[in-house]
Design a binder for this molecule. Structure first.
Ligand code: FES
Length: 162
């Protein structure tokens, strides 16, 4: 019995493993583990996990992709592209009342939340909306694609000629 006990508590070289060595090893492993967790959490903290949302400037395609009479909304970008003849405009689809997304209607734009109505140019025609829908700058990039810059509001009625 004593031989078996000694065999379980000794190293291969035959030296007995003391309780002190076991506790020191466990403490070292605990400190190493907490150090790794600390370093990892600091690295995660240093690298921001912020999302910056969608870019304010983006391409929507070439003018030929929007034949005259086009009135479509880009839901993800919250903007509507309007083309009348050779004139184009990019109008916000974010309601100026409380920010719901307005739908493109035959008469202009309609908000499903509280009933605000806008005409074809985004001017308020009814409901609680306090301001017209903003127009965004629309330009033609060197590669022939139309670009909208939502960071640049322009005067309503200032069409882009294609
Ligand atoms: S959010 Fe559009 S009418 Fe209130």
């Amino acid at each position: 019995m004593s031989d078996k006990y000694d065999a379980q508590n000794s190293t291969e070289s035959g030296e007995p493993i003391s309780r002190r060595k076991v506790l020191a090893w466990l403490t070292s492993m605990g400190l190493l583990g907490s150090g790794i967790v600390t370093v990892f959490s600091n690295l995660v903290f240093i690298k921001p996990r912020a999302t910056y949302g969608q870019p304010s400037r983006f391409s929507i395609g070439t003018p030929d992709d929007f034949p005259p009479g086009t009135r479509i909304a880009f839901g993800t970008q919250k903007v509507a592209i309007i083309r009348e003849g050779n004139k184009m405009a990019a109008i916000s689809t974010t309601c100026t009342h409380l920010g719901c997304i307005v739908g493109v209607a035959d008469t202009g734009f309609a908000c499903p939340c509280h009933g605000s109505r806008y005409d074809q140019d985004g001017n308020v025609t009814g409901g609680p909306a306090p301001k017209p829908l903003p127009w965004f700058e629309l330009t033609l990039a060197p590669n022939g694609e139309l670009e909208i810059d939502k960071s640049k509001e322009i005067t309503a009625g200032k069409w882009f000629n294609v």
